[in-house]
Design a protein around this ligand. Structure first.
Ligand code: VGL
Ligand code: ZN
Length: 197
């Protein structure tokens, strides 16, 4: 008894991939495993949610306004677009986060559809109890999303080969993975994932 699954793809956007404003080493290597898992979910008729970092041009999240980060993922910019190799199944639901200029908005649980529905609300409505999570970045948005999901009582499986981190300090991603594990997340490689329906 593990409950209905959903796949949550976190922030696979140009700015977080190599060459982007906040490029993560190996950020584009997560795409093939994520595409594979997204296809499995679509074939099984299970929901796929896709978050995007979606900042206004002026936000306290950016260095120039006193925050921690270079300008990235500004709404409607090319850097904020999903990486062109990301294959989103038909019917996936996009949720946007980081729109509040007073919040970093790392967790996908702070993301909303254009119609204003939160990820949590949509998961609840779909009867989802188990999240499979992949995307960027391991040490920020993936971490925050996984920890919030666990705190809310979801089962959480993180795709080991479907995440990559910023590593502002060396080892940040490994520490984030240890924290997620300690809180109850499981890590699995995409080709070992078994979809339960
Ligand atoms: C993220 C840093 C700043 C992320 C977003 O998606 O992990 N990291 N904004
Ligand atoms: Zn951001």
């Amino acid at each position: 008894m593990s409950g209905k699954m959903a796949f949550v793809i976190v922030d696979v956007q140009n700015d977080f991939c190599p060459g982007g404003a906040l490029g993560v080493a190996g950020g584009d290597r997560v795409i093939a495993p994520i595409n594979r898992v997204a296809r499995l979910f679509a074939e099984a008729g299970l929901p796929v949610f896709v978050s995007r970092d979606w900042h206004p041009p002026e936000t306290g999240h950016f260095e120039i306004f006193g925050g921690p980060w270079p300008v990235h993922c500004v709404q409607e910019s090319r850097g904020a677009a999903f990486h062109p190799d990301l294959e989103l199944p038909h019917g996936s639901t996009v949720v946007s986060k980081g729109k509040d200029p007073d919040s970093d908005g790392y967790s996908a649980f702070e993301a909303f559809t254009d119609e204003g529905h939160s990820l949590g609300e949509l998961l609840h409505r779909a009867g989802v109890h188990h999240l499979v999570i992949g995307g960027l970045a391991t040490d920020y948005c993936v971490r925050a999303t996984a920890l919030e999901a666990l705190a809310q009582g979801f089962r959480v499986t993180v795709l080991e080969d479907g995440v990559a981190g910023v590593n502002v300090k060396p080892g940040d991603s490994l520490r984030a993975m240890e924290t997620m594990k300690a809180e109850g997340a499981r890590f699995i490689r995409a080709h070992n994932l078994v979809i339960e329906t």
